[in-house]
Ligand binder design. Structure first.
Ligand code: NCD
Length: 362
């Protein structure tokens, strides 16, 4: 059985396959209208969402399936103290596939270990958001015709923004890609992705606090919201929340074919005046997200005719006495969950939590 926790769970060939299916769905929707007859998608959303939940629901309806679920933790038994493990054990009896969003990082991994049906991570804390990346990839593909040789600028909250973590992982597979990370010092892109992914693969990147300096060299500008809900220090959020605002003036030196993406919701990091610029692609991105989620549901339910590729499971070890220090990790709240780590650099004694990838040292 296949799940989607991290965009890297999908091979490059599988991503290409999803893009092909999504393009075909957009062209020939009637061909797919009955594919999921009698199938049910459960949307378990423990955290607010507009696009992701509604696009999953629309995706399942357009495939002829049905949807059950909840859109806030307070309307489920979680408010009575039920664990993620018990919730998905129960939902496995009612549905064929789960899309789950949770504020705790690693909650969808706990779900896969307890569910009898495929689980899709629809966003876990500040960690991963692979289905947003599917929407991003289709948008980039439609705009540029390829993923190779692109310079991608990511701007805003690169620390807590889960969409950029997944997108950088996905794009790092393609030849000639380079990244420009644009953020305040406090919200820099996570070091573990830089060392484990970019440095390992020799992918060029630069870091700057200036959007103006970065703009002229970019093929893609990916704006993000400062993630207020993830800050432990609310004063820091107040200080940083208006770090970047993209305006028509700032776009003057940009390439004529630069595509502007944003996972949305926008707060005020893109001025409304930019919306009429032909380079603004963020509303099309939301439509692309629905097509990619349709393709993904078909794949995970085994209805797209593709063969299931075996996946290596994450190697984990149990390190006696060590605790994950990340307060946003599911291991902080889930009942009787064993702390588990995998080796990042055994010689240096560096391990990472299997749930949230936070570094611990032995
Ligand atoms: C993003 C998310 O939830 O991470 N939204 C989305 O799913 N499109 C981005 C955000 O909330 O800023």
């Amino acid at each position: 059985m296949r799940n989607l926790l991290d965009i890297m769970d999908l091979s490059t060939e599988e991503l290409d396959g999803l893009i092909r299916t999504a393009l075909d769905i957009a062209e020939n929707p009637e061909k797919y209208a009955e594919c999921c007859r009698r199938k049910k998608l459960a949307t378990l959303f423990f955290e607010p969402s507009t696009r992701t939940r509604l696009s999953f629901e629309a995706a399942m309806y357009e495939l002829g399936g049905r949807v059950i679920g909840f859109s806030e933790a307070s309307s489920s038994s979680v408010s009575k103290g039920e664990s993620v493990a018990d919730t998905v054990r129960v939902v496995s009896n009612y549905a064929d596939i789960i899309a789950m969003r949770h504020p705790k990082e690693g909650a969808p991994l706990v779900a896969t270990r307890n569910a009898k049906i495929p689980v899709i991570n629809a966003g876990d804390g500040g960690h991963h958001h692979p289905t947003q990346t599917l929407a991003d990839l289709l948008t980039i593909y439609k705009e540029k015709g390829s993923f190779e040789g692109l310079t991608i600028g990511l701007c805003g909250d690169l620390k807590y923004g889960r969409t950029v973590h997944s997108l950088v992982n996905a794009m790092s597979r393609y030849e000639g890609v380079r990244f420009v990370f644009i953020s305040p010092e406090e919200l820099r892109f996570p070091r573990y992705i830089i060392t484990d992914v970019l440095d390992k693969k020799g992918i060029p990147y630069s870091e700057t606090a200036s959007l103006e300096d970065a703009i002229p060299g970019l093929d893609i500008l990916y704006m993000t919201r400062i993630q207020g809900e993830r800050f432990e220090d609310k004063d820091e959020y107040e200080r940083l929340k208006d770090s970047y605002v993209l305006t028509p003036e700032k776009l003057i030196p940009a390439k004529k074919d630069m595509a502007i993406l944003h996972p949305l919701p926008r707060v005020n990091e893109i001025s409304v005046a930019v919306d009429s610029d032909p380079r603004a692609k963020y509303f099309e991105q939301t439509l692309n997200g629905k097509y990619m989620r349709m393709a993904l549901i078909l794949k995970l339910l085994g209805l797209d005719g593709s063969k299931e590729e075996p996946k290596e499971s994450v190697k984990s070890i149990f390190l006696e006495g060590l605790k994950c220090p990340n307060n946003r990790c599911i291991s902080k709240t889930e009942q009787e969950l064993r702390q588990e780590f995998y080796a990042a650099d055994e010689e240096k004694g560096i391990y990472r939590c299997v749930y949230c990838d936070t570094e611990v040292r032995k």
